[in-house]
Design a protein around this ligand. Structure first.
Ligand code: NAD
Length: 504
């Protein structure tokens, strides 16, 4: 679909929270408004939830869990999950428009993300019927053992603003497939599609209270992290907030799963398919205006081709259409808020001061439809010690670091505290194998970048996170594992030796 919108199509919508299967306003009665970051017009308002609303939601989730959902069959869960994927497809255009209005991302990109969301629900439906465990029949003649998965309980989910619908759908359907219930707090910047999704979950026929959404700011997140009725926190967001949540949840020994930041390297060797690597460099740097945990923000390029590569990336970046996200021809939209704009400008300044060579961009886009558009930026001659090479910027800023040997390239790639994703561009099989084995990251792409599949686990090493989402591994993440040992035949062994063997 290539339809564009204009501001005349936009009417602000109030979206209540969903608690215990019903629309709900905040206990305080207060609301907050979200403006489109690209157009500065109000697009949605939500209840400003707080601790009392979280408490209501947790109690509803617990009632739903113990009131039958825990015991629902795999077949029942699968049918409901599948139905949500159908409803997401039915409402794809409304979801995509709501996503674009709150995030500032191009409408065509939002449409792709909605399509991927439906795939996630569809895949999770297949897992709901595959929750079987293990049986052990080789432990001895008197022993038989089972290992079974059980639902973990009430899962608190806290999500960021960069891929709101996609990220909640990397958690929620998998947690539901495993038999859990959920209390979700979307980012206060981008709550619409999560609330809409909860409406679709209700329409699909999930029992009341299985999925609850509480809208509001970080205090809602804290209330979820500290609530004694929550069994596990699944968080996606910044490394700093992830650390805080892990500390809070650690005090109560809640299970924690964290998907955090990245400073992801792409190594480009002299044996790369040059044109494909250039395109991936631009895609990795500017997709979602660089506000992407998987951004390929470090390009580690062999010195013999570094200048040519930098020029090619710069030339290609200039051909990208940056502009109104409601226009179906736009490839790159607006940054999400003023804070993010300020962060990007600070890092550009730090790069300059550290002596990196600014060869493209570095400033706000002139004559843009709104105030938060930033020019695609490239720094060449970056060294691994510079902040632009070490820290997550979350903006359209690429750093090109030259290297001489593959060993050095891998060492540079592994030299940050992050480890979310990494990649290599080389048609030389030896180079590709060495890098695939030695790069320290949860995902390594070889001659591709940023593709994702519901079947493949995703998560980070080091400061990029704890645990994995997606894939069949996600079921284990959202489950308790129980070992059941069974005595086969009479129990003849005794711990206390019995003197009279006839009375043993
Ligand atoms: P953020 O950490 O500021 O906020 C994430 C969520 O946490 C929001 O809902 C926010 O309201 C809430 N929150 C903030 N402070 C909290 C607190 N003290 N207690 C509980 N909840 C709190 O992140 P963001 O700015 O929304 O998103 C950008 C970050 O997300 C980047 O660092 C990015 O790398 C990361 N991210 C990671 C992945 C991944 O899968 N690894 C995916 C997308 C984004």
């Amino acid at each position: 679909m290539s339809h564009s919108y204009t501001l005349n199509d936009i009417k602000p919508v109030h979206r209540p929270m969903v608690i215990d299967g019903a629309d709900s306003e905040a206990d305080s009665g207060e609301t907050f408004t979200r403006n489109s970051p690209a157009h500065e017009v109000p697009v949605s308002s939500f209840p400003a939830g707080g601790a009392p609303d979280v408490d209501r939601a947790v109690k509803a989730a617990r009632r739903a869990l113990e009131g039958g959902w825990r015991g629902a069959t795999g077949s029942q869960r699968a049918k409901l999950l599948h139905r949500v994927s159908e409803l997401v497809r039915r409402d794809a255009e409304q979801l995509a428009l709501a996503e674009t209005l709150e995030t500032g991302k191009p409408i065509t990109q939002s449409r792709t993300e909605v399509a991927s969301t439906a795939e996630l629900w569809e895949y999770a439906a297949t897992l709901a019927r595959a929750t079987q465990g293990d049986a052990h029949n080789g432990l001895g003649p008197d022993t038989f053992a089972l290992v079974v998965h059980e639902p973990l309980g009430v899962i608190g989910m806290i999500t960021p603003w960069n891929f709101p619908l996609l990220i909640v759908s990397q958690k929620l359907p998998f947690a539901l497939a495993a038999g859990n219930t959920a209390v979700i707090k979307p980012s206060e910047s981008t709550s619409a599609t999560t609330v809409m999704l909860a409406g679709l979950v209700r329409e699909a026929g999930f029992p009341d209270g299985v999925v609850n959404v509480v809208t509001g700011n970080r205090h809602v997140g804290s209330a979820i992290a500290t609530h004694p009725g929550i069994d596990m926190i699944s968080f996606t967001g910044s490394t700093g907030v992830g650390r805080t949540i892990a500390q809070t949840a650690g005090a109560d020994l809640k299970k924690v799963e964290l998907e955090l930041g990245g400073k992801n390297p792409q190594i480009v060797t002299p044996h790369a398919d040059f044109a494909a690597a250039v395109d991936a460099g631009v895609f990795g740097g500017y997709f979602n205006v660089g506000q992407c945990c998987n951004s390929g923000s470090r390009l580690i390029v062999h010195r013999s081709i570094a200048d040519e590569f930098a020029e090619a990336v710069t030339a290609r970046a200039k051909t990208m259409r940056v502009g109104d996200p409601l226009d179906a021809d736009t490839l790159v939209g607006s940054l999400v808020n003023d804070a993010q704009l300020a962060v990007v400008e600070r890092y550009v300044e730090e790069g300059r001061e550290a002596g990196a060579r600014l060869i493209a961009g570095g400033e706000r886009l002139q004559d843009a439809v709104g105030p938060r558009f930033f020019t695609p930026t490239v720094f060449a001659d970056v060294t691994p010690d510079m902040s632009i090479a070490r820290e997550e910027i979350f903006g359209p800023v690429l750093s090109i670091l030259p290297y001489d040997t593959l060993e050095e390239a891998v060492k540079i790639a592994n030299s940050t505290s992050f480890g979310l994703s990494a990649g290599i561009w080389s048609t030389d099989i030896e180079e590709a194998l060495v890098a695939a084995r030695d790069l320290r990251a949860g995902t390594v792409w070889v001659n591709r970048w940023m593709d994702g599949y519901p079947e493949l686990p995703f998560g980070g090493y080091g400061q990029s996170g704890i645990g994995r989402e997606l894939g069949r591994q996600a079921l284990a993440e959202f489950s308790e594992l129980k070992t059941i040992q069974l005595q086969v035949g009479p129990r003849t062994t005794r711990w206390v030796p019995t003197p009279d063997a006839s009375r043993a």
